[in-house]
Design a binder for this molecule. Structure first.
Ligand SMILES: CC(C)(COP(=O)(O)OP(=O)(O)OC[C@H]1O[C@@H](n2cnc3c(N)ncnc32)[C@H](O)[C@@H]1OP(=O)(O)O)[C@@H](O)C(=O)NCCC(=O)NCCS
Length: 171
């Protein structure tokens, strides 16, 4: 919880039915882009490479809106009492032509507001992405996570995800 902006946790465990996972609508993209900025801020604490330009939220919101009509994309939100508290952006991608794998699923963004974490919302969002990929007949799902983001790595491990690559860099 060290990185959480709002440290007052909300315990929804007994209220998990109070969480709605639904497909995003055009009117949601501004709220989602605000969560995205928090997500990027969160990542930037692990490494400066993840810092984003200032005043970039509006452009990101417009891009999200365009993707709502692209059948290879799936943008879902988690709503509690009418507030969007998390989102997940997943999409179908393709490996270079020489790989046998071909199409694969990619979870681009997953974020739950600090005070709503550890209530199963992240898991519900990922299960919803899995349903999307199943519908698309996708056999493998991939994602990137900062190596210092150990709590999130535990989350992915619990959901059965394993390490595929080590993404290295040098300045
Ligand atoms: C990763 C994230 C989406 C998880 O959302 P969440 O709603 O808290 O996840 P869940 O409540 O479904 O967690 C499921 C399980 O994952 C594990 N887990 C989740 N967060 C954890 C943490 N901080 N430390 C250790 N294990 C954790 C636990 O086993 C947890 O089950 P439990 O609470 O019964 O012990 C959320 O922590 C988040 O938004 N993090 C910041 C952004 C981020 O790292 N996104 C992912 C980028 S790849």
């Amino acid at each position: 919880m060290m990185f959480d902006k709002d440290t007052q946790p909300v315990n929804l465990k007994s209220l998990i039915t109070g969480v709605t996972i639904r497909g995003a609508m055009p009117e949601d993209v501004v709220a989602i882009s605000k969560l995205w900025l928090e997500f990027m801020e969160y990542n930037a604490r692990f490494n400066r490479s993840f810092k984003v330009k200032s005043k970039i939220g509006g452009r990101f919101a417009r891009e999200l809106e365009q993707r709502l009509t692209d059948s290879n994309y799936h943008l879902a939100v988690a709503e509690v009492n009418g507030q969007i508290v998390g989102y997940c952006l997943s999409y179908v991608s393709s490996k270079p032509y020489f790989f046998k794998l071909g199409r694969f699923g990619f979870i681009g963004d997953l974020f739950v507001l600090g005070k709503y974490r550890r209530n199963g919302i992240g898991t519900l969002l990922v299960e919803d992405a899995h349903t999307f990929f199943k519908r698309k007949k996708i056999k493998q799902i991939e994602l990137l996570v900062a190596d210092k983001n150990v709590n999130t790595i535990r989350f992915w491990n619990k959901l059965g995800y394993k390490v595929l690559l080590q993404w290295m860099y040098k300045k």
